[in-house]
Design a protein around this ligand. Structure first.
Ligand code: BGC
Length: 263
């Protein structure tokens, strides 16, 4: 989190919630989150991602969203980013403008919103939200969440503790990178049936099983809503559950992380 003098900014009360903002390829979504339950306190507001997703334009949308929820006061904001985030810097940009690489995006957003911002990877945010409130709640051991959308995101948690930035969508096996072969976008691009896509994802999950021996896979991203279509085609030894927070997981995980870092 960007340095803001400790004690200068009150953490929002549970009643008003903590604001979470999820930056995606097509939309930037925000809502205040009740961290006792993991539920959104109001309808989320969605603003289309500016063409090209350039840093300055995205920061302006983050500021606009922050201003739309005055009830969250001057409290911390959690923001997700679809790339590697370390120490507030965005360090990769597979599906967004390359201007993000090496940028102090935490400082940029903190300046734009006028409030302390905690930035984290989008899949990591979904992972911590599912581990706390969703499909991974109460599960002991190693939980791996994978999101299948434009890209493939991953979150690895052990006993609810996140190992950030695993980026397992960019793994290579069988002589190719997984993301352009098995993402939701690849399914659309190649007109794959659920069965064909499921076969690819099963191979990928088998590979991840060999590397990590997880206790549970959680499948998230846009496809988590349609689990009745793909569940039967994924067959690995590890139990698999669809994400339950669906497209709210990023917002919830961002707010949760912001509140924990502020506290
Ligand atoms: C990025 C990840 C991100 C995922 C889902 C990948 O291309 O490298 O950081 O989590 O897409 O958005």
């Amino acid at each position: 989190m960007t340095k803001v003098a400790k004690g200068s900014v009150p953490v929002s009360s549970p009643a008003s919630g903590v604001l979470g903002i999820d930056i995606g390829g097509s939309g930037i979504k925000g809502a205040p989150v009740n961290l006792s339950t993991g539920e959104l306190l109001t309808e989320r507001v969605r603003i289309p991602t500016p063409e090209g997703a350039k840093p300055g334009d995205v920061a302006a949308v983050v500021a606009q969203l922050a201003a739309q929820f005055p009830e969250t006061g001057g409290g911390p904001i959690g923001v997700t980013f679809p790339g590697i985030v370390r120490g507030g810097l965005t360090l990769s940009a597979a599906n967004v403008d390359k201007g993000w690489i090496g940028l102090d995006a935490d400082a940029l957003f903190t300046r734009a919103a006028g409030r302390p911002v905690t930035l984290l990877n989008d899949a990591d945010a979904a992972g911590v939200a599912e581990a706390r409130y969703g499909a991974g709640a109460g599960v002991k051991g190693v939980v791996m969440l994978l999101t299948f959308g434009t890209g493939i995101g991953s979150a690895l948690m052990n006993g609810g503790v996140l190992v950030p930035n695993t980026e397992l969508g960019h793994l290579e096996f069988g002589g190719r990178e997984v993301e352009p072969w098995a993402s939701g976008a690849a399914k659309d691009r190649e007109n794959l049936t659920w069965k064909q896509w499921g076969k690819r994802v099963t191979e990928y999950l088998e590979y991840l099983e060999r590397l990590f021996s997880p206790d549970l896979f959680i499948i998230g991203g846009g496809l988590s809503k349609k689990s009745d279509k793909w569940m039967e085609y994924l067959s690995v030894k590890t139990p698999i559950k669809p994400a339950t927070l669906q497209n709210e997981a990023g917002i919830v995980g961002a707010a949760l992380t912001a509140s924990e870092r502020a506290g």
